[in-house]
Design a protein around this ligand. Structure first.
Ligand SMILES: Cc1cc2nc3c(=O)[nH]c(=O)nc-3n(C[C@H](O)[C@H](O)[C@H](O)COP(=O)(O)OP(=O)(O)OC[C@H]3O[C@@H](n4cnc5c(N)ncnc54)[C@H](O)[C@@H]3O)c2cc1C
Length: 499
């Protein structure tokens, strides 16, 4: 029977795990052990649309209070400067597998020449706006819009909520692990204190102190699909740049560059492969293309996941469990989903989880990591923008794994959905066929069903785009929306965010 849980790590993973457990199982005693000397990673600032729902739905954190403390901005999707088009937008909404009256085929079939503004969110991204304007003059804030949040602000806000909900913090460095019959018996801190628990959550970041180091769980590398292994992170204080409602991903010589939008700060970073570029050469390219960048630092990683993330009485969540580069900003997504899955697993097993429960949890987490790897693989395999040794290698060598049947089906039949359930299980898929098609069409990966739309179809498409764009132009920008939700008149609809 699990009554006490110790979380090693007070970064976003440890805090989200602790808060999720406490939200679902308030009777549990949850304690976080963390070391300010070791610190938190300090990067990880874009989310998917799942995060607002996790925070304000599952965890019940008031959105107004969260906006005051963490100061997030909104992210509608990713703006890719990638492939043969000047750019394309990946929104978190369903477009390419959707249909509209007057067009006999799914919308994806009409995206070959121009994939912009086929849905309201892609029109909003095109116009640099965050939300459509409702007839009563207020923004139509949707639940599936993600956040950009500075890592330190996010962690500070989560610490506040954790303390308020009775989660206990112990500041101290763990120096040893005492083995126990289930795996870990106790954490031994530098102070000499022995910290025991019924279940340990390893949220110790890349150090993976419990799962990786103490238990030695096998690490399964993703290095046949993802070749980048480090980033130069930097940024600058915002001057007159518009506050964009999306993350930018720009193709670079040996990787790509992110741009994440905060209210006062622009966060930029170059993800690259050390096999193709030295740190100095990457820094030089990064600064040449971003002359405003101030201080930088290098962060290194290995891509992959542990074979199992719940072993005995240890569950790893966050960078301790696995890591893939932030091209789709998925780490917080996996953290939130694994935290929810753990909380539900404990609740349903009445805090007496069996081997079966652990196996199901491991299967869920493994599937998430692997789908992310497969989705990222198509970003690399089909980006034809640059003829550098790195990109030539990606086009030749990136293993597609689970994306292989999706790409094959698409190449033969276009963005169809006849066998959607065979290609990806709709209930458990993260990106769905929509996401895969958005990247394949965005990069103009050829398929055999490309044909010019008939005159009537062209007219329908032109009207559709013009309508979306005109509505988007009247919409709210990020800065304007932030000012509005901070005004005393604004009220969040109770139960707006659900989980
Ligand atoms: C370049 C880069 C960009 C990224 N961008 C994104 C993004 O846009 N979106 C996204 O979702 N994710 C992103 N990530 C992933 C991001 O790191 C994670 O989302 C997230 O911050 C999780 O961190 P964590 O809590 O696992 O680890 P950390 O923040 O490293 O926290 C580890 C915690 O463990 C504690 N600890 C470790 N060892 C000990 C010990 N021996 N004793 C006591 N305490 C200990 C530390 O003190 C700390 O509190 C990015 C990662 C990188 C490298």
């Amino acid at each position: 029977m699990i009554r006490t849980i110790v979380v090693l790590g007070g970064g976003s993973a440890g805090l989200l795990a602790a808060l999720s457990l406490k939200a679902r199982l308030p009777q549990l005693a949850v304690r976080i052990v963390h070391s300010r000397e070791i610190g938190i990673i300090g990067v990880g600032e874009g989310s998917t649309g799942d995060l607002p729902n996790h925070l304000h739905g599952f965890l019940g954190i008031d959105p107004g209070d969260f906006h005051k403390r963490a100061r997030p901005t909104w992210k509608l999707g990713v703006h890719f400067e990638w492939g043969p088009r000047t750019s394309f937008d990946y929104t978190f909404t369903k477009t390419f597998v959707g249909s509209v009256p007057g067009l006999p085929r799914l919308l994806g079939y009409y995206a070959w020449d121009d994939c912009a503004a086929l849905d309201p969110n892609s029109a909003l991204m095109h116009e640099g706006k965050a939300f459509m304007r409702l007839e009563n003059g207020v923004p139509l804030i949707q639940r599936n819009v993600a956040y950009h949040i500075e890592n330190a602000d996010f962690v500070a806000a989560l610490e506040h909520y954790a303390t308020a909900r009775g989660i206990v913090f112990t500041e101290g460095k763990m120096r040893a692990v005492e083995p126990g019959p289930e795996g870990v018996g106790a954490l031994v801190l530098e102070s000499g204190e022995r910290v025991t628990a019924d279940l340990f959550v390893d949220a110790s970041g890349f150090r993976s102190e419990l799962l990786g180091t103490a238990l030695g769980e096998k690490f399964e590398s993703f290095d046949d699909a993802l070749f980048c292994d480090r980033a130069i992170a930097g940024g600058w204080e915002r001057t007159t740049e518009p506050l964009l409602p999306y993350t930018r991903a720009e193709t670079m010589d040996a990787g790509w560059c992110w741009q994440i939008e905060h209210e006062r700060h622009i966060n930029r970073g170059y993800v690259f492969s050390s096999a193709f570029l030295s740190d100095d050469a990457a820094e030089a390219e990064f600064r040449r293309k971003n002359p405003l960048v101030q201080k930088t630092r290098v962060v290194k990683w290995r891509s992959g996941r542990h074979a199992r993330t719940w072993v005995g009485n240890v569950v790893a969540i966050g960078n301790s469990a696995g890591f893939v580069e932030p091209l789709e900003a998925t780490a917080i997504f996996v953290i939130s989903n694994a935290s929810r899955a753990l909380a539900v697993a404990l609740a349903e097993s009445e805090c007496e989880p069996t081997k079966t429960v652990r196996e199901v949890f491991n299967c869920i987490v493994t599937r998430m990591w692997d789908e992310i790897r497969d989705f990222l693989a198509i970003h690399y395999r089909y980006n034809t923008r640059l003829e550098t040794p790195f990109w030539e290698h990606c086009r030749r060598a990136t293993a597609l794994h689970g994306a292989e049947p999706i790409v094959r089906y698409y190449e033969e039949n276009g963005p169809g959905t006849a066998f959607a359930g065979y290609l990806l299980t709709p209930e458990t898929s993260i990106f769905h066929l929509e996401g895969f098609y958005a990247l394949l069409l965005g990069q103009r990966v050829p398929h055999r069903r490309v044909r010019p739309p008939a005159a009537a179809e062209q007219q329908t498409l032109a009207t559709l785009r013009a309508t979306h764009l005109a509505q988007a132009r009247r919409g709210f920008g990020v800065a304007e929306s932030l000012a509005l939700i901070r005004s005393p008149h604004w009220q969040w609809t109770p139960g707006f965010y659900q989980q």
